[in-house]
Design a protein around this ligand. Structure first.
Ligand SMILES: Cc1cc2nc3c(=O)[nH]c(=O)nc-3n(C[C@H](O)[C@H](O)[C@H](O)COP(=O)(O)O)c2cc1C
Length: 334
């Protein structure tokens, strides 16, 4: 008998469990701290052109959505636009004006001015001059491709086509008709999505389907990403991970990886089932998290990773173009 086996044999089972738990927690601390250090060091960094584009895109996204809201609100996002214009000025000074992603941002600013001109409403004074000054530097930016005009009738025309066309036809939809999506259709989409791969086939993803409008409102009251369209959402799906399905420090991120893969599969499945959808963040601080868990009676062992808001499409609506990076910008060859 090895010493290890002898020690195990003489120590009472309860003490052994305590020791195992202590070791597990010590390990978890080490692993989480390792991630913490890297995240603390690099998130939100502003040292390179790529960093700055990431920051600009973040601000830009808040504005981009404004063009596609069910009710267009003239003068929307003034504070965001102020911030964006400041970042743009600084970007041109630091990195010049050739970056293609930066030029997409300029197009968005161009569209902001244009959409106000179209309805004969002046751009808010606090930003009007700044916008003109920036656009003067980009005389060749004279068209905008910020949003795509869609019709409920044709939006799903490409769902039977080959994968590159099918996947390219999916966009985040932020405008819904109010006609309810049958729960059965949602379940069929989830049935398709559950073919998603998962670590060791653990299948730890769970989906909470919320149909009750008051409950949806309870979640949205704590959430910043549904402004302007949340009231049109028909159903809300909470994509959760079943934490007991994971074991140790090495697996600490799997709950998020598995749920993320499942979420994308579900986004495609919903598209295939002709259900409009937008993925929504779960950027909840602990206090907001607690409020929602309590209100919806979600067990603590489920961790909500992300949400998907869904609904049927209205007759006419807009989606954001959301331009993507060039291939060479996301590949590192070694
Ligand atoms: C993890 C995640 C969180 C998101 N959160 C929000 C959100 O809170 N509000 C929103 O309007 N869109 C949200 N989106 C949708 C993104 O804005 C959208 O996917 C992105 O702009 C690209 O557009 P596309 O989906 O049309 O390609 C989220 C997407 C992901 C993947």
């Amino acid at each position: 008998m090895t010493l290890r086996k002898i020690v195990k044999a003489v120590i009472p089972a309860k003490i052994l469990v305590l020791i195992q738990n202590f070791r597990k927690r010590r390990n978890l601390k080490k692993f989480f701290l390792y991630d913490f250090r890297r995240y603390a060091a690099y998130s939100g960094r502003d040292e390179t052109e790529e960093d700055r584009i990431a920051l600009i895109n973040l601000v830009c996204h808040g504005l981009e959505k404004g063009f596609t809201m069910p009710d267009f609100r003239p003068g929307f996002g003034v504070e965001k636009m102020r911030e964006l214009l400041m970042l743009c000025d600084q970007f041109v000074t630091d990195y010049g004006a050739t970056n293609h992603q930066f030029r997409d941002v300029v197009k968005l600013i161009y569209e902001y001015r244009l959409c106000h001109q179209r309805i004969n409403v002046p751009v808010p004074l606090v930003i009007a001059d700044k916008i003109d000054q920036l656009l003067e530097k980009f005389p060749d930016v004279n068209s905008s491709q910020v949003q795509i005009d869609c019709t409920g009738e044709h939006y799903f025309d490409d769902i039977g086509k080959e994968f590159p066309v099918f996947s390219g036809s999916r966009h985040s939809v932020r405008n819904f008709s109010g006609i309810p999506v049958p729960v059965e259709d949602v379940k069929q989409a989830i049935e398709i999505a559950k073919g998603a791969p998962s670590a060791c086939n653990r299948q730890a993803t769970r989906v909470v389907i919320i149909s009750d409008k008051e409950k949806i409102a309870t979640v949205f009251a704590q959430h910043g990403g549904n402004r302007g369209f949340g009231h049109t959402v028909d159903k809300l799906l909470l994509i959760c991970s079943y934490l007991p399905g994971y074991c140790n420090g090495q697996e600490r991120n799997w709950a998020y990886v598995d749920a993320g893969i499942f979420t994308m599969n579900l986004a495609y499945a919903l598209h295939y089932k002709k259900i409009g959808a937008v993925i929504l963040n779960w950027n909840m601080n602990p206090e907001r998290n607690e409020i929602i868990y309590k209100a919806l009676d979600i067990p603590e062992y489920l961790t909500v990773v992300v949400m998907i808001a869904i609904g049927n499409l209205p007759e006419r609506f807009k989606v954001c173009c959301s331009p993507k990076k060039e291939l060479q910008e996301i590949i590192l060859e070694r």
